[in-house]
Design a protein around this ligand. Sequence first.
Ligand code: AP5
Length: 211
Amino acid sequence: MVSSPMVIVLVGPPGSGKGTQAKALCERFGIPQISTGDMLRAAKKAGTLDQKLLEMMDKGGLVPDDVVIALIDGRIDAADARPGFLLDGFPRTVPQAEALASLLSRRSRDLDAVVQLDVPRHLLEERLIHRRTDKRTGQIYHLVYSPPPPGADLEHRADDRPEAVGKRLDAYEEMTAALLPYYQAKGLLRRVEGVGKPEEVTARVLAALGA
Ligand code: AP5
C-alpha cells in the first residue's frame, strides 16, 4: 500500500502490456486501475455505448477526447481513488493530457509519473492477435505465452482482429507523437522496456518509479 496519494499514468501502444502491468501495480500499491478502454467496453456490454463510438472502437480508431475526459472526470472522485489511482490508456493525446492536468489541479492533486512501455511493433501485432480475456474475471491471457486454463470462458476482442490491429497501431503512433514529448518536457516520463516476462517488466516499472 502507498502511504501518500499516488497518481500514475501508463502509456504504450496497443498490446504493450498496459492492462497486464496495471493489474500487478495496482495490487502492489492498493490503488484502482482506471482504464478508459475497459470503461468503454463495459458500456458496450451494457448496451449504453453510442453506436457511432462502438464502430470507431471496433475498427481500431480513437473515440473523441470529450468522451474519455468525461469518463475520467466521473470516476476519479470515487472513494477507492482517494489513496491514488493508475490511469491505463488515458491520456492518449495532448488535449486529453491538458484536460487531466486541469481535472487534477481542481482537486489539488498532482500527477506523479508517466510510465511508457516500449515494445517493437512486430511483437505488438503478435500479442494482440493471440490475446484472449476471461469474460468473468477480466484476466488477460496470451494463447502461447500465458495460456488460459481449460474451461475458461474467453472472449476475443473485436478490435484484436488483424485488420483492426494495424489501424490501432497507426492511430497510436499518430496521436501520441506529441504526447510523449509533452510529458518529457515536464520531467514526468519514465520509459520502460516492455519485452520480457511480465514479472520482469513489473520489476522494471517499480524501479523506474523508485518503489
Ligand atoms: P484500450 O483498452 O486502452 O486498448 P489499447 O491501448 O489498444 O491496449 P490494449 O488493451 O490492446 O493492450 P494493453 O497494452 O493493455 O496490453 P495487454 O496487457 O492486454 O483501448 C481500446 C479502444 O478504446 C481504443 O482503440 C479506443 O478506441 C478506445 N479508447 C480507450 N482509451 C481512449 C482514449 N484515452 N482516447 C480515445 N480513445 C480511447 O497485453 C496484450 C497481450 O500481450 C496479452 O495477450 C498479454 O497476455 C500479452 N502480454 C502482456 N505482457 C506481455 C509480456 N511481457 N510478454 C509477452 N506477452 C505479454
